[in-house]
Every structure is written in structure tokens, then in C-alpha cells.
Design a protein around this ligand. Structure first.
Ligand code: FE2
Length: 257
């Protein structure tokens, strides 16, 4: 099975990057299953129904998220009725939405699990490691593949998680930092892993935002209003091909001048 995992898509510029580069990536890699983190897809913060539908129309199979999932108020009206939209599974059980799903594609069953780290994230969540154990026990006998989006700030937490689930999950990809890491690898027991895929969106930006405001914040300590940067686009993704004979992993980076 060929998986394409796309990191945080940032606002309209991110959606433009998908329109610009996804068709050629699909043609080259022929993915069977596409997972995309969409928590920044609407104006840089959260996701709306319109943007969710726009992403699905690009043949994205599942949209994951993280700490920005509830930023757009309208999310409460549709998250419960969209099985292809996930929020971190280790949110309190009362939180709207679901943290994992099982999806059938090309005759195979794929569990996609969305989890969020706790270091430097500021949201009181259940332990993502133990939550994985719980979900793994529920799904392991009924699926062919398990894919995890681990949405977290600390590289150490993400890497520890990768090793913790090595041999149980097939693919673990990190999101949230918006900056790609060059550590894609197949872990010793066979899990394809990357600490962070990096953003899909504006190339010239501070984690997706126009640089002026973040610079002002660092210089003055005053609150600022972030705005998604425009212009040249960057597309970043992780491709994993897994069969009983082999695992291939490849980091993809395509950009405009
Ligand atoms: Fe995030």
C-alpha cells in the first residue's frame, strides 16, 4: 500500500500549494491513501466546512488536526458528522469529534489515529502513549495498516513516541512545528517514521505567517495579529510504500522559485 502524508496545510496559500503540486505528486507516486493535517487550512487557524470539502475534493482520504481544531466556531456543527475529520484522540472524552477511524481503500483497511503531544502544548490532555495502546488493542485485529499523525512541539516527545509504537504502527508522522525534519527512517521493528513533515504553504514565511508580525512580537513582546503569508508555495510530504516484502520511505519537497 502506498501512503502519502501531507503536513500542516496553511491557509489559502497552502491550498494553492496543493493545487500546484499535488497532481504531479499523485502521478509520480500513485498513492493509494492520502492523509493530510488540515488544522491550519482555513486562514491559518482551524478548518471550516467549505475548506474541508475543498480538501476532500482533491481526493484526500482523511484529514487530521491538533491544537487548532476548534478555532473556527462552525466546527461544532459538523465535526461529529464527518468521519473523515479527526481531532487528537487524547483530548478529554467529552470533546466533540473522534480521534481515530478505520477506512477501507483498495480492499485494505487502514486505521488512522490522531494524537497530540503534551510537552509545550498548553492543553491538558491524556497520555498519548497510553491512548495509542488503548486504540491499538481495539483495532489491531481488524485492520491491515495503522497510520498515526502525532501532533506535537517537542522533537524528543515525537521520537520517543515513534520508538514506543515501533512495530505496531506502520507509519508515524509528526506535525505541528511546520518545519520539516530530515530524519525520515524505517525504525528497527519496521515503522516508517518522520519527526515532522513540515508545512505545505507559503515558502517565505515564519511557520506559515507573514514574517513582519512575528518579528515585531520578538522585538516588542506585544501581542500581534498573525496573517498567512502569500506568494511562492512550498509542498512537503512523506511517501511510504509498504508491502510484506519491503518498506520504502521518501521525503518530498517541491517549491516555486
Ligand atoms: Fe498545531
Amino acid at each position: 500500500m502506498r501512503f502519502l502524508c501531507i503536513g500542516d496545510v496553511i491557509g489559502r496559500t497552502g491550498r494553492n500549494a496543493l493545487k500546484r503540486f499535488l497532481p504531479e505528486v499523485k502521478q509520480q507516486y500513485k498513492p493509494d491513501f492520502i492523509v493530510l493535517n488540515g488544522e491550519n487550512a482555513a486562514g491559518g487557524f482551524g478548518i471550516t466546512k467549505k475548506v474541508f470539502d475543498e480538501l476532500l475534493s482533491m481526493e484526500i482520504d482523511v484529514i487530521t488536526s491538533g491544537n487548532h481544531i476548534y478555532d473556527k466556531k462552525e466546527i461544532v456543527q459538523f465535526i461529529d458528522s464527518e468521519p473523515r475529520l479527526l481531532r487528537p484522540a487524547n483530548y478529554p472524552p467529552e470533546a466533540l469529534g473522534r480521534g481515530y477511524g478505520i477506512y477501507e481503500k483498495n480492499g485494505k483497511k487502514v486505521a488512522v489515529i490522531n494524537l497530540m503531544g503534551r510537552a509545550f502544548m498548553g492543553i491538558p490532555l491524556d497520555c498519548p502513549f497510553r491512548k495509542f495502546d488503548e486504540i491499538y488493542e481495539e483495532v489491531k485485529n481488524s485492520v491491515d495498516y495503522i497510520v498515526v499523525d502525532f501532533h506535537a512541539e517537542a522533537t524528543s516527545e515525537k521520537t520517543a513516541f515513534g520508538f514506543y509504537v515501533d512495530g505496531r504502527a506502520d507509519v508515524v508522522f509528526g506535525t505541528h512545528s511546520h518545519v520539516a525534519t530530515a530524519d525520515e527512517m524505517v525504525l528497527p521493528k519496521g515503522t516508517a517514521y518522520i519527526t515532522d513533515i513540515g508545512l505545505t504553504g507559503p515558502k517565505y514565511s515564519v511557520i506559515g505567517m507573514k514574517p513582519e508580525e512575528p518579528i515585531k512580537k520578538f522585538l516588542t513582546g506585544m501581542p500581534v495579529k498573525y496573517e498567512v503569508a502569500k506568494g511562492a508555495v512550498l509542498f512537503q510530504a512523506l511517501f511510504v510504500e509498504k508491502s510484506s516484502e519491503k518498506i520504502d520511505i521518501k521525503r518530498i519537497k517541491l517549491e516555486e522559485e
